[in-house]
Structures are given as structure tokens and as C-alpha cells.
Design a protein around this ligand. Structure first.
Ligand code: ADP
Length: 507
């Protein structure tokens, strides 16, 4: 078809479609424009309104008569007015061009609506001679867009401000988000990973724990949490990955410091355990040695004592006073040595006896000890107060020995000025019983509170206060063997209180 034929065909086709006269067509199109659901406004070259269809009135609420009084830009929201003016100026200058824009316009009721407009400059077309503006109200769509944009911005603000590193991937592993912290801890700027495939960038991690966990999370639609060491960076991460509609959101933090101290702590714990084991072995060997030595030393010592006694008895006529004195010292030394050996033996025996648990009435124990020391108590005018002490399920013999040691010390380390006042009390605590033995004796200076529980540690001279320095060491060993603690509180010159705890096995 030639160009001429084409044009003739088009004129004929139009005549067939619009088989009315020219005036009929004008009326027809005017009606179509008038009733179009789109707002249509015509502006002259000075941007003055020369026509508005009824939809334009309906959409904006302004009647044409009202709006004609205004400059069109005055109903544009002040935030949009600047660029809107520029669009109109450009448009006015270039006949034949169209410009699309979306702006907020003030309705007659004062509310703003979003208008999507197409301005076309037909000023040079003599049939139209106007700038035509087609527009519609897109407020609903625009508000929804803005709401989702704000939500997105808000989400981004949150994701940038959290302390966790974060990234998101879609179902095909394309990275869609990479926050600041992720940049920092993975030492990778977002421009190098955004919109790229995660496993292409981290190809070395394919098959790793994170690879398998993320894949499992996506496939099972269940969140996963794990810790992983990432060798290329020498870092430990604590990772939480949550599958979603769009893909996977991964929150992670660098826990290298914590992990290293955990590892160190574990190593330390292991080496301590090893050390404790070694110490336990050494201790057991020492105890064994002390037991054998003290046991075996008794026999030769008995010989020394008995021969010295024989010497004293049979040769008293030939030995002068000095010699007798020497023999006395030697016998006394041997006696003390015997006591030391006996105490040492006792010390090394602590914990060896398989004494059964039994119901022990502490009142009865104290009463028996009272009877044992009756003579001394009478002489010293000592008062031992107790009573209302509880029953406890424990090992009787060792407990009795501890209480006896403490009471005998209270009598021994009495004040020279006062008659001894000794109180025995027991306080029931959560899972144990706390027993105390207090006196008004010579007291102990604080710097010795620990020392006195070590074997052979004595604060006083043997002349005034005889002893081997083993009583408290034995007591400590007994109490610790029973799972308790022993300690002292004291004021020099005023008196001391010894405390020890006993597990109540019934609880
Ligand atoms: P020993 O009485 O044979 O010396 P202990 O082990 O029983 O041995 O006591 C160690 C030291 O603790 C004593 O030498 C004494 O100095 C001090 N001590 C113990 N009990 C008391 C007490 N009730 N008051 C003052 N000092 C005490």
C-alpha cells in the first residue's frame, strides 16, 4: 500500500468510525472528555486554567470558578513546589513535549492528595492551543508505597544500629543485605558482595558447617543456631539464621575473645585436674609414708624409753644428780616424741576408718566429753554450756574427736585471769549444720587464723601450754574429709570461737 493509499484508507476508516458531521464529533469528544474518569485541565501559556472537566473538580474538590482565582502552583504542596515549578517552566518552553510527574496537591477540604499527572504542551497546535494536564488520584497507592518505604528504611536503621552483624540472602543465595557490622566482622565491604551469590564470594566455605546449616534452614523452614570457627579470618562466630518468605536472614557475632578464653579455661581446668590428681597421689604416698614411719618408729622409741627407765631405776645410786636430770630430760623428750608419733599416726589415719553413718546426738557427745574432763573442769571452775543441740546423721567417732579437741583447747588456752566459759552451739543452715565452740581464753591474733590448722604449728610455748600442734590439723582433716569446713574467729586477749560445718546426710 502506498503512502497515499494508506492515508486515504485512514481517512475513510475514520469516516466509517465517526459517521457524523464535524460539529457532531466535537460535541461527542467534548462529552467524552467531560465524563472521563481522569481529571483533565487545560492551561494557557501563562499557566492559567482555561478548562477543567468534572472529574478534575471531583478529584480535587475545587470548582473551576474557585481554582481560577489561584495560581496552579499554589495548590501544590510546598515540599513539591520547587521541582514542580521547574517541570512547568521546561514544559512551557518546549512545545510538543510531555512530562510525567507525581506530586501532592491541596484539596478544597485542605487535605493533600497525591496526583499522578501527564502534562503535554499543545500550545503550538492551533486546534488545542493549551497545555493539557491529565491526572488521577494515586493517594492510596502512594501511601502504601511510602509506608513500605518507611518500613524498609526503619528496618535498615535497625539493622545498621544492632550490635550483631547481619546479612540476608534470597532463595537463590543472592545477597540482598549486608550491614555495617557484617562489613566489619567479615572484613568485606558491601559493594563487593551485594547482589552477588554468597557461595561464589565465599567459595571456600562451601560444604562448611554454615553452608550445611543455612541449606538445612532453608529446606526445613526452621531457624538454626550454631558456633563456627572461620579459619580464613581466624575468628569464631555465633550464628542465628532465620528462614523467611524471601530467603534467609542471618545474624551473627564475633565470639573469638569469649571462645579463646573458654578454650584457655578448659586447658587450665584440665591442667588443674591433672595437677590435683598428681597431688592426690603424692598426698596418698605421703600419708602412707607417715603412717608407716610413725607406726615403725614406735618400737625403737619404746626401747629407748624402757632402757632409760631401767637406767634410772637400777643405777640411781651410781648416777649423780646431774646424770639423773639428763635421764629425766631424755625420758621427757622420748615421751613427747611418742605423743608426736601417736598424733602423726592419728593424722595419717583420718579417713581410713569406714565408720558408718549414724544418728548422733550432739548433746550426748558433749556430755561424754564433759565427763572425761570432769576433774579439770572442777579444778578450773570451768563452765561448759550446751543443750538443745540437734541430732545429726554423721560419722560419730571423728565428729566426737573434733569437738573434744576444741573443748580441750578451750580449757588449755584459758585466760590466766578468768575461769573458762565454754559455749557449744549449733545452727541449722540450708544443707548443713554449723557447730561452734567458743571460749573466753587467751585468743589468737588474726594473722594466725589459717596457720594454726597446719601440722605442728603452735603459737604458745610448750612449757606453759603442752602440746604437739597436731590437734587442729587433725580436726581440719576430719572435717574436710566429711565434706565440711573449719575456721576460727578470735580476738587476742578476749577469746576464740571455732566453727565447723557438718553435712546433714538426711537432707
Ligand atoms: P596444740 O594444742 O597441741 O598446740 P592445736 O593444733 O590444737 O595444737 O593448736 C594449734 C595452736 O593453736 C595452739 O598451739 C594454740 O597456739 C592455738 N590455739 C588452739 N586453740 C586455741 C584456743 N582455744 N585459744 C587460743 N589459742 C588456741
Amino acid at each position: 500500500m502506498s503512502l497515499k493509499e494508506k492515508s486515504d484508507w485512514s481517512v475513510n476508516a475514520r469516516d466509517t468510525l465517526f459517521p457524523f458531521g464535524k460539529m457532531d464529533n466535537i460535541a461527542r469528544f467534548a462529552k467524552i472528555i467531560e465524563n472521563s474518569p481522569e481529571g483533565i485541565t487545560l492551561l494557557d501559556k501563562n499557566l492559567q486554567i482555561i478548562y477543567r472537566n468534572s472529574s478534575a473538580e471531583g478529584i480535587t474538590g475545587w470548582s473551576t470558578a474557585e481554582l481560577i482565582l489561584y495560581d496552579i502552583e499554589s495548590v501544590v504542596h510546598e515540599d513539591d513546589r520547587g521541582w514542580f515549578g521547574v517541570v512547568l517552566t521546561e514544559l512551557r518552553a518546549l512545545p510538543g513535549i510531555s512530562k510525567n510527574c507525581c506530586f501532592r496537591s491541596k484539596r478544597f477540604d485542605g487535605n493533600y492528595i497525591w496526583l499522578e499527572c501527564v502534562f503535554t504542551n499543545h500550545l503550538n497546535d492551533p486546534d488545542i492551543a493549551a497545555i493539557v494536564c491529565n491526572f488521577r488520584d494515586v493517594s492510596v497507592r502512594k501511601k502504601a508505597e511510602l509506608a513500605s518505604r518507611y518500613a524498609l528504611e526503619e528496618r535498615n536503621i535497625i539493622l545498621e544500629s544492632i550490635e550483631d552483624a547481619f546479612f540476608a540472602v534470597d532463595k537463590h543465595w543472592t545477597v540482598t543485605y549486608w550491614n555495617n557490622m557484617a562489613e566489619k566482622v567479615l572484613e568485606l565491604p558491601r559493594r563487593e558482595i551485594l547482589n552477588k551469590k554468597l557461595w561464589e564470594v565465599f567459595s571456600a566455605a562451601v560444604g562448611s558447617k554454615s553452608y550445611l546449616s543455612y541449606t538445612a534452614a532453608l529446606e526445613s523452614d526452621h531457624a538454626v543456631r550454631f558456633e563456627e570457627y572461620y579459619a580464613p579470618l581466624g575468628k569464631w562466630f555465633d550464628v542465628n539464621a532465620y528462614p523467611s518468605e524471601g530467603g534467609l536472614s542471618v545474624f551473627f557475632k564475633d565470639i573469638t575473645e569469649r571462645k579463646l578464653s573458654e578454650i584457655k579455661l578448659k586447658e587450665l581446668h584440665e591442667s588443674l585436674q591433672q595437677r590435683a590428681k598428681e597431688l592426690a597421689t603424692t598426698n596418698a604416698e605421703l600419708e602412707q609414708f607417715a603412717y608407716i614411719a610413725s607406726h615403725d618408729l614406735q618400737e625403737p622409741l619404746r626401747m629407748v624409753t624402757s632402757f632409760l627407765t631401767q637406767l634410772e631405776k637400777k643405777y640411781s645410786d651410781v648416777i649423780d644428780e646431774k646424770g639423773q636430770k639428763y635421764i629425766y630430760f631424755a625420758v621427757d623428750g622420748a615421751k613427747r616424741m611418742r605423743q608426736i608419733i601417736l598424733d602423726l599416726l592419728e593424722y595419717s589415719r583420718v579417713g581410713r576408718t569406714d565408720d558408718d553413718l549414724e544418728e548422733v546426738d550432739l548433746n550426748k557427745i558433749v556430755s561424754e566429753i564433759h565427763t572425761l574432763y570432769q576433774r579439770q573442769i572442777k579444778e578450773l571452775k570451768a563452765v561448759i554450756s550446751y543443750g538443745g543441740l540437734p541430732q545429726i546423721s554423721t560419722h560419730k567417732t571423728p565428729v566426737r574427736q573434733v569437738i573434744q579437741n576444741l573443748i580441750s583447747n578451750s580449757l588449755k588456752y584459758r585466760s590466766p585471769e578468768k575461769a573458762p566459759r565454754i559455749k557449744i552451739k549449733a545452727v541449722q543452715k540450708a544443707s548443713f549444720l554449723e557447730v561452734s565452740v567458743s571460749d573466753n581464753g587467751i585468743g589468737i591474733a588474726p594473722e594466725y587464723f589459717e596457720k594454726i590448722f597446719i601440722i605442728f604449728q603452735r603459737l604458745e610455748s610448750g612449757d606453759q601450754y603442752p602440746g604437739t600442734g597436731m590437734g587442729l590439723a587433725i580436726s581440719k582433716k576430719i572435717i574436710e574429709n566429711l565434706g565440711g569446713k573449719i575456721w576460727v574467729e578470735s580476738t587476742k586477749g578476749k577469746g576464740s570461737t571455732f566453727f565447723f560445718t557438718l553435712l546433714n546426710h538426711q537432707q
